[in-house]
Structure formats: C-alpha cells, structure tokens
Write a protein that binds this ligand. Structure first.
Ligand code: FE
Length: 225
C-alpha cells in the first residue's frame, strides 16, 4: 500500500483528496519518513516476522488513541466550555490549568491555549514546521495534519482547505490560522451549535468532532427533537 513516491507530493490533483473518507488511502502520499519513523517501521517488520506482534492489534491500538480516547477528552473540554460559563472563563484565562482540572495532562499539552471561534472569527490550527498537536486532548494527529499539503495550504488558502473538508463558512467570517510552531498547543472551541440548548454535557460532547477542535470541521448538528 505505502508507496513512498515523492513525485506525487506536489501533484495538485492530489491536494483535493483530503476528505476524511479518503484519509487512509492517502495516508502515505505526502509522507517523508524521518529516521525515527524508519526505525519504527523496521522494528515492526522484524517483530511481525518473528511472530511477536500482530500488525492488526497495533493498528487497533493506534486507532484507539487517534480516533477514540484522544478526541473524546477534547470533546469534554469543549462541552464544559459550552455549558459552564465559569469553566469557559477559566479556559480563556489559563487553558492548561482548566484542562488539567479535568485530568487531561501530559506531553504536548503543557502549554495549552484555547481559541474560541465566534460568528466573526473562525480559528484553525496547523503546524507548518512539523506536526505539533495537543496530545492530551486530541490524541495522535491524523495523517492529513502531518501532510505537506495541509501544512502549506492551511496558511496560504485556508478557505480552500476548508472546502476540501466540506466546510463552507460565511464570507464575512474571518479565518484565523494559528501555527503551533512554538511550545504552545492550541485547542479550538467551536461555536455551540444552534438547537443544542437543552442538551447536557455528555450530549454536547457527542456533537464535538476531532476536526471541529482543529478548525477543519464544525460540530455535528444536534438531533431534531
Ligand atoms: Fe510541529
């Protein structure tokens, strides 16, 4: 599956294929394996050949952190920010402490900043240099977040990137792109969706997608009641 053919890296035809559904097909498209990644790959091959590990089990563990445990932490932070004005205020003032109060601490989460999207400003996060990402609240970064295409286009053409993700914002809403190149890790607090008024925190958290907390997506629409 993984061809590491870099000749595709800047093929514009491939830049439009970042929809979530296609994530896995294109996972390796823009990858440039560094020394550590090559070592990991080599170790995995040897351990698999010797029968010590099952690649499917490894994938399962990675998937758990990438799509389940990780982003659910962030979703609880967002839901609490929507439901609890005092927590929201704390998050604005000292996101690291407010997030740590929910038990989400650790590497890549030491200096958190919460970005509150409003009808005037939509926040979106990128790491143009590498793939800095707030692990304690979002888990592992998705493959597209690390891709050269996302890292370069997010700054140059954020509206185009959002269109690729199926997101169209009102033209008057400014898109502010935050580059996590420093020690800071950003968490986007999206706008609370209309129709979510009666929901409790758990129901609110269920609306919060990983991409909504990166700014490449929006929260889900509440179920009609
Ligand atoms: Fe980075």
């Amino acid at each position: 599956m993984a061809t590491h053919d870099h000749s595709h890296a800047h093929d514009p035809a491939h830049e439009h294929e970042h929809e979530h559904e296609h994530e896995h097909e294109h996972e390796h498209e823009h990858s440039e394996l560094d020394a550590t990644e090559l070592r990991v790959r080599a170790l995995q091959s040897i351990l698999t050949q010797k029968g010590y590990i099952d690649p499917a089990a490894l994938d399962e563990i990675v998937d758990t952190y990438q799509t389940r445990i990780g982003p659910r932490n962030g979703a609880r932070v967002v839901a609490k920010a929507w439901a609890d004005p005092a927590f929201r205020e704390w998050l604005e003032r000292d996101a690291s402490a407010a997030i740590a109060s929910l038990g989400y601490t650790g590497r890549q989460g030491e200096h958190m900043v919460a970005l509150f999207s409003t009808p005037q400003v939509h926040h979106m996060v990128v790491c143009t240099l590498c793939s800095c990402y707030p692990w304690p609240v979002l888990g592992l970064p998705p493959a597209w977040y690390k891709s050269a295409a996302y890292r370069s286009r997010a700054v140059r053409d954020p509206r185009g990137v959002l269109a690729d993700f199926g997101v169209t914002l009102p033209p008057q809403q400014e898109i502010r792109v935050w580059d996590s190149t420093a020690e800071v890790r950003y968490l986007v607090i999206p706008q609370r969706p209309a129709g979510s008024e009666g929901l409790d925190e758990e129901q609110l958290a269920a609306l919060v997608t990983r991409d909504a907390m990166i700014g490449t997506g929006l929260p889900a629409t509440p179920p009609a009641r």
